[in-house]
Structures are given as C-alpha cells and as structure tokens.
Design a protein around this ligand. Structure first.
Ligand code: ITT
Length: 195
C-alpha cells in the first residue's frame, strides 16, 4: 500500500484529507509527522510554505511527505490575511471576530468577495518537489458566523451556490467543493498516474 507522511499539526486537515481519500476510493496510508511539528513558515507565498513544511517532515521521517498550506484572501483587504491567516489572531474565535470587525464597513456581499487558496506540495527526503498545485475557491465573508462543522474561518465563509457557510456543510459536502478538495483532486490524479 502507498504510504505518505502528512506534514501538519492540524487534526482537522488530517480528517478532511482522510475522508477525501476514502470517498475517492484512493488507497493510501497517511503517516503522522512526530509532534510538536512547527517549522518556521517564512515563505513568501502558499506554495513556498507548503514546500517548507513538506521538506521538514520528509527530512525528519526519511519518507516522502506532503503538506497543505491554506489561507483566506479577502479582496477589499488586498488579499489579507492570506499567508498570515494562521497568525492573524491567536485563537480561532478571535480570528473570526477580528475579520468581521475589519469588514464592518463593507455592507454589500459584492464588497465582501474572498477566496481560500490551498497549496499542496509533495517532497522527497532529498528536497525534490514531486508534485505541487494551488487551488482557489471563491466565496464571500458573511456578516456573522454560522454553522458548527469544519474549522478555522469556515463559519464566516459564505458559499453562494449553497446559500450556506462552509461550516453549515458537513464533511462530505465540504469535501465535494472546497479549496482543499480541489487541490486533493489534482493530487489524487497525479498519484494515480505517477506514484
Ligand atoms: P499546519 O500548518 O500544521 O498544516 P495550520 O492550521 O497552521 O496547520 P495553515 O497554515 O495552512 O494550517 O492554515 C492557516 C489558517 O487558515 C489557520 O488559521 C487555519 O485554521 C485556517 N484554515 C486552513 N484551512 C482551512 C479551511 O479548510 N477552512 C477554514 N479555515 C482554514
């Protein structure tokens, strides 16, 4: 069976990725990276940060490792918080409240356009990039948090097609449309053809 190390400290991501592989009938054993795992994400974009995490995990484990670097980019904030999404505030709830406060003066949905970017990179222990891809998932910053599924900024990310936030969609629904699922679709196709 294929084995891949997933270079993350985020258990929500592990759950989403595992569920996605299962729903696509893709057989792979996901190996955890020893914790605590907190490499300095000092890249200038999502792809660079996903490479930094994946290479660090590949060095530690001696196995091929992949990482996911995700961020929320808001149009009227010139793409912020973007690559700083994890550091935008300390706690998850504070991130949401801070962003809602920054968006307070924007009263129409049209002014609240945003997207999630999700970069996935697979690296071998020598540091060679085997696969890398970045997806984009469009939506809007909602006016208040809604829903209990998902994690991070999901409660304020409004998806027009469903008239719901990502946190009002269950794992299977989120996994059909999200930034992470778009990147994982490309990753699975590449793995099937090359791995
Ligand atoms: P790792 O780096 O260990 O994978 P992380 O949570 O720090 O975990 P990111 O740097 O990729 O991961 O995430 C940046 C921020 O974006 C972080 O605050 C997450 O909660 C949030 N985030 C990531 N994926 C998300 C998703 O699918 N929905 C909502 N928020 C998300």
């Amino acid at each position: 069976m294929r084995e891949l190390v997933f270079a993350t400290s985020n258990s929500n991501k592990i759950f989403e990725v595992q569920e996605k592989f299962i729903s696509e009938n893709f057989c792979v054993k996901i190996l955890p990276v020893p914790q605590p795992f907190n490499p300095e994400e000092n890249g200038t974009n999502f792809l660079e940060n996903s490479y930094i995490k994946a290479y660090e995990a590949a060095k530690i484990t001696g196995k091929d490792a992949f990482a996911d670097d995700t961020g929320l980019c808001v149009e009227v904030l010139n793409g912020r918080p973007g690559i700083y999404s994890a550091r935008y505030a300390k706690k998850g709830e504070d991130k949401i409240q801070k962003l809602l406060y920054e968006m307070k003066k924007y009263k129409t949905l049209d002014e609240r356009k945003a997207y999630f970017a999700c970069a996935i990179t697979l690296v071998n222990p020598l540091g060679k990039t085997l696969f890398s891809y970045q997806s984009k998932f469009n939506g809007f910053i909602d006016f208040e948090p809604k829903g209990t599924y998902g994690f991070g900024y999901d409660p304020i990310f409004y998806v027009k097609e469903f008239d719901k936030t990502l946190a009002e969609l269950n794992i299977n629904e989120k996994n059909k449309i999200s930034h992470r699922s778009l990147a994982l679709n490309a990753f699975i196709n590449w793995l099937l053809a090359n791995y």
